[in-house]
Write a protein that binds this ligand. Sequence first.
Ligand SMILES: C[S@@+](CC[C@H](N)C(=O)[O-])C[C@H]1O[C@@H](n2cnc3c(N)ncnc32)[C@H](O)[C@@H]1O
Length: 248
Amino acid sequence: MDLPRHHTIREGDLRICNPFTPRKLATLGQVIKLRAGDTLLDLASGRGEMLCTWSRDHGVSGTGVDISTVSTDVARLRATEFGVADKVEFLHGDAGEFVAETPVDVAACIGATGIGGGVPGTVRLLERSLRPGGMLLVGEPFWRREPPDQETIEACHAERRDDWRDLTGLVTVFHELGWDLVEMVLADGDGWDRYAAAHWLNIRRWLDANPDDELAPAFREELTTDPLSYVRYRRNFLGWGVFALLKR
Ligand SMILES: C[S@@+](CC[C@H](N)C(=O)[O-])C[C@H]1O[C@@H](n2cnc3c(N)ncnc32)[C@H](O)[C@@H]1O
């Protein structure tokens, strides 16, 4: 069980695998008013940057679960680098059924609601690990503008228009599920660029070093088409944010 290799190559040395900059991640940690000693669960924790920086900066402890062995190893190294390896642990595994043994103060899934089959399923999954009164964090894309055609939809990594909601639709679904939206931090164009454009240099360097790899033709095609697709579609039509929720 592992994340397909092409993800790892594309994301290279990125620490945050979504359109958030380190500053946005720090802002989120501040605005949700973390307290020293708070416990966190991060499902699909990636390279562990959220848990590691928040443990260093706010004194929280917690567990991250991710299906990628590479990302789990990177996260463990980061914890050691930051001197928080005694406070955060990273488990390799499928987070789709993961429930914490001890209920946590904050349960998060940032950019991977597919693990619960979408936003409602992921909110229900996270809630199973949450103490009464605890906070959920959900990171999710949304339509900034209505996509005019199927080409735009697919360029935004969706199959159908309704694979993503617009921002109103996302807030509505949180409310319908019985949660108050109490904070949100949205990605901006700079954050999108740092995420998307970083992929291109990672791909180009990898292609130069691995011209005969079986993945090379697909990556060559991606590097030729993705920058145009990104500036034409994703950068204009797709938003992304992290939403903080408290149960009503
Ligand atoms: C877009 S990245 C976000 C990573 C991290 N939350 C961040 O913000 O940097 C999605 C992550 O979900 C992980 N993932 C996908 N499916 C998973 C699953 N079923 N169980 C655990 N992790 C999963 C991937 O390995 C990847 O690290």
